[in-house]
Design a binder for this molecule. Structure first.
Ligand SMILES: Cc1cc2nc3c(=O)[nH]c(=O)nc-3n(C[C@H](O)[C@H](O)[C@H](O)COP(=O)(O)OP(=O)(O)OC[C@H]3O[C@@H](n4cnc5c(N)ncnc54)[C@H](O)[C@@H]3O)c2cc1C
Length: 476
């Protein structure tokens, strides 16, 4: 019997299980997919929002501000890259300028420090490639960037290093029992029992809540499509550049990623089925908006496109509360943007205020707070590299040429917590396959390493779990 079962291995479930693992509690996380971080946490903009966007007195405003303040230390402790690059909401008209004043007022009411409306000369000093049509901007100095999947994987890995258990390929389809003795079943008939359940299942939040008779909210899906530019475009912009927001959200942005790529997007289209396809129309609109925001964006450096689906609630705010229909069942749903930013603050609240009401929170004496970065080798000095290679020659073999990722790092990702069991899982942990050739060169080598390390035939190695085998059989 676990004290707490977390359903959903995204950044919210990940932050919660990591926070829980500080305490003398037995906890587990169940995830439908073959790996963690397979929902909206893997495909978003990676922006640590300053907090001027959310409506005053909303949960979004509260947790955005707290999460923004926590993120630098949180990421550093978990060995995850974070950069305080600042953000600029760019105005193109008098109406936009009025919106900037409102955003500044709202941000200050939300408690955001360092907001400043700047004129076009200062804007151009900060961002020489901004569009010639820009007339001013709101500068938010506390905005930042972080890698969302690196963060989620690190949270769950650190929780596992501290005793939490992870069950992947566990698609929750039935829940029975009550507070103190819940039973959670997967579609395969697997079962875990626990005293408290956290519903952090993203787009499935409504469906999972309905399994305990909670039909108090609806979750919709709004897809966002992106284009990613190669790292050699890295300095095209330094800040995150936003358009002024509309009813549908923050609109398309142009930003650096924390790994030095340029990200363009996302669009906002309602989708019923959670489809993460990209569309010609969506990508065209990303291109058109990027050209409105900046002069000559280096679109020839595009290396991939992708999309993520925001899970928004009909309450138009985060839902973070014990269900009124079922004691001991805690909903953390409708966590659309700024959910990534808010994750550490949401986790602290859920554990200390909601779970702490019913379970004793005794801190573990041997809690391991820190985690080593997943990929690190290329940033070492030659002396440091040589010392590691002398101990383990696998670090002397580059597997991903574009990102300079070594075999040693890939082997480590396969064996560390949470283990990488397929090609995309290795990619999210190590960046092998994230570069210009998008795995064209390294994918077969990565597949061979997975096969060897996990002791499975090469034909059984998958790209991303069930039904994504790369090979159908041996030709010779
Ligand atoms: C396009 C886009 C851009 C965004 N940009 C930003 C940004 O720049 N900054 C920011 O702060 N936020 C941003 N967000 C919001 C942020 O990504 C989300 O708030 C956050 O990822 C939500 O995490 P989650 O854990 O709630 O959901 P998810 O990451 O979706 O995790 C839910 C998990 O539950 C699992 N699951 C579902 N059903 C079941 C089941 N039946 N059984 C077991 N497991 C199940 C899923 O597989 C998934 O892994 C953006 C979101 C999107 C989509």
């Amino acid at each position: 019997m676990y004290d707490v079962i977390v359903i959903g291995g995204g950044v919210i479930g990940g932050a919660i299980i990591r926070e829980l693992s500080r305490y003398d509690l037995s906890v587990c996380l169940v995830e439908r997919e073959h790996d963690v971080c397979m929902g909206q946490s893997k495909a978003n903009s990676g922006i640590v929002h300053a907090g001027f966007d959310a409506k005053e007195n909303s949960l979004k405003a509260k947790f955005n501000l707290l999460g923004n303040k926590m993120m630098k230390d949180y990421a550093e402790t978990l060995g995850v890259k974070y950069r305080n690059n600042g953000s600029l909401v760019v105005a193109f008209s008098d109406e936009d300028l009025r919106t900037l004043s409102e955003l500044k007022r709202r941000g200050e009411a939300n408690g955001v420090d360092g907001l400043e409306i700047i004129g076009v000369d200062r804007l151009r000093e900060l961002e020489p490639n901004v569009s010639k049509s820009a007339v001013g901007a709101l500068h938010a100095k506390t905005g930042g960037i972080v890698c969302p999947y690196e963060l989620t994987i690190a949270e769950i890995g650190n929780a596992m290093d501290n005793g939490a258990e992870l069950f992947t390929d566990f698609n929750v389809t039935k829940i029975q029992g009550k507070f103190g003795n819940f039973e959670v079943f997967s579609e395969n008939g697997d079962k875990v029992s626990g005293k408290i359940i956290i519903n952090a299942s993203g787009l499935s939040g409504e469906k999972i809540a309905s399994l305990v008779g909670d039909n108090s909210f609806k979750i919709g899906g709004r897809r966002g499509e992106y284009i990613l530019l190669d790292r050699n475009s890295g300095n095209f912009v330094n800040h995150t550049l936003f358009f002024t927001p509309t009813e549908k959200g923050k609109g398309i942005l142009v930003s650096q990623t924390v790994d030095g790529n340029i990200i363009l997007g996302p669009t906002a289209e309602e989708v019923d089925d959670g489809s993460t396809d990209t569309t010609a129309a969506g990508l065209e609109s990303v291109i058109a908006k990027s050209k409105m925001m900046t002069e000559n964006p280096p679109l020839y450096n595009a290396i991939t496109s992708f999309s993520g689906v925001r899970a928004y609630s009909d309450r138009h705010d985060f839902i973070i509360e014990e269900s009124k229909a079922k004691k001991g069942f805690i909903n953390c749903v409708g966590i659309e943007s700024p959910g990534l930013t808010s994750a550490p603050a949401i986790a602290k609240y859920v554990v200390e205020e909601l779970i702490g009401k019913t379970l004793a929170l005794n801190e573990k004496q041997n809690f391991i707070a820190r985690r080593k970065p997943d990929y690190f080798f290329k940033n070492l000095t030659d002396e440091e590299k040589n010392a590691i290679i002398a101990k383990d020659p696998a670090y002397g073999r580059i597997i991903c040429r574009c990102e300079k990722i070594t075999e040693g790092e890939i082997i480590r990702a396969i064996h560390e917590n949470p283990p990488a069991k397929d090609i995309d899982a290795v990619k999210r942990r190590t960046r092998a396959g994230m570069g210009r050739c998008q795995g064209g060169f390294c994918q077969p080598y990565v597949a061979e390493i997975i096969s060897r390390e996990l002791g499975i035939p090469l034909e059984k190695v998958t790209k991303k779990g069930k039904n994504s085998e790369l090979l159908s059989g041996r030709a010779k």
